[in-house]
Structure formats: structure tokens, C-alpha cells
Design a protein around this ligand. Sequence first.
Ligand code: ZN
Length: 315
Amino acid sequence: MRKQTAGIHHITAMVNDAQRTIDFYTGVLGLRLVKKTINFDRPEVYPLYFGNKNGDPGTVITFFPWPKQLKGRIGTGQVGVTSYAIPNGSISFWKNRLARFNIEYQTSIRFREQYVQFEDPDGLRIELVERTAGVLSDWEFGGITSDVAIKGFAGAILNSVQPNETADVLENILGLEPAGQDEGYLRFIASGNLGQTIDIKLTASVRGLMGAGTVHHIAWRAKDDQEHQACRVLLIEKGFHPTEMKDRNYFHAIYFREKGGILFEIATDQPGFTADEELEHLGEQLKLPSWLEEKRTELEDQLPDVEVRILEEDK
Ligand code: ZN
């Protein structure tokens, strides 16, 4: 039996510079840095997590900022565009804000919704769309008040090598509902209020190359470990090769590559980002597993100094 995901759990992308990424996602977009940790295989690289105040599933974008990472190319086998939901009536605020930060944007219409599209400093494609669904953010930063703040993901555009195969996984494994076709996109809707609108691009794209400025993978929500395991069993039954369950401290994860070439993850909603830090202090301290605490000073020295700061344009 198919499962029914609430939608996107998180999206993980690759970039070159930690501070530039913090400035963009907190300073310009107003998200909260909810976690700073280390990559065990490459301790000079932070995984950085940005989301709403709680770092709720459906709001979190994760980065691996690594200066040596070669530039990638957005194309097939990848998430092409990451979409964020903003409150109704806030689109002009965002257009003005992007202009003030000298960020060029375009607008386009898809499924009768207006999207404002732009790139992050590494070339990752982002878009904003007004949505009624999803509660208002209660995180305010740098002149972005709750009535206009990003709520979380609206969804994503998937650039698949085989759109029909990707559609099959969305519909028959993850349980999204087909919602029609418009201007070269096939839409699917998940059951949650955020990260629920997934569009598969049907027109041709160049072949994607993994690297800085591209999405590494997209994770889908499983409500608990039982559903997570059931998803893994279902994937195996359908001929996929999911990984073993991996403990990512803030969620449990399995990964598989769907036939459209995109790396999918299924991640549990629990335990979440407050597992090892108080809500008020999320993202402030470098979080290390207990067995690495004794090496804290050494590890911190290998990482670039970063800070969350109000940008000049907001002063
Ligand atoms: Zn992930």
C-alpha cells in the first residue's frame, strides 16, 4: 500500500561559502539558522540548517558550504527550483526587498499562481509564491515581520530524466495526489500545509551536474519510525534500493535514487532540532556528538568563523 507523505521534510544543497550563505538565508530571506554542526567525513565543513523558528519539517534547507566544491549545473536528475510560501498580500514587500538587495528577479505564472524567481549567491534557483495554507512564521529578523515572513517551503520543481517514473514514485509510493498539467509542468499535491506542491518539469533540461549551486537531495516526511520502516519495505518491494536507516540526530533517514535520477530521502518528523538545544538558543553553538566534545577547540579552529547578522540594507 502506498504511503502518504505530508510533503517536503528538508532540501539539501551545496554552496561555497558559509558566511555568504548565512547572510543570504537569514539576512535577506529572514530564515532562522536553527543548527550548526560538523560533517564527520569532512570536519572543515559545517552542515548549516535554516528554517522557521522551530526548524519544523517542511521549512528546513540544509547546506554544505565548502570553498573547494566545484560549481555544478542545474539540470536533469535534480531539484531545479526550491519554492517558498509567503503570506497572501506580501508579494510586493518581497519584490521591493529583493530590489533593495540588488537581487534580480523574474515573475512567472504556473497553475494560476504568481512566482517571483531569483538566485541565491551560488546560483541556486529560489522562488516565492503567496499561499493561504501554512501558519504565519513567528520568527522576525532584519525588518521581516511575521505578516510577510516566509512560512516554509511551498514545494519544488523536479527536473527528471524520466518524468513518468518520477511521477509514479510521487503518486504510488509517497502518496501525492495528481493535480493536473500546466505549461509543461505536472503537479502533485501532498497532504501537509507546507512543502506540499511538487511540479515535475516536462520540457527538456540540460543534464545536471552535482556541485556548488545545485540541490543534492530532497527529503520527504514520514510521521514516525513505523511509517519510515514501512516506506523502506515498500521501496524494496517496488524494486528500489534504499539505504539502511541512518540516524541523523534530528531525524532518521533512508535514501534512494528514483528512476528520474533525483536523490530522494525519507526523513522522520521526530526528534527535531530541539533534541540537543533549547528552542531559544537554536543554532547558536556548534553542536557536536558527545564523543567529539573533547576535540571541540580543535574542530572549531578548522571551521570558518560565522555569524548571523543584520545586513547593511536593513540598518
Ligand atoms: Zn537530507
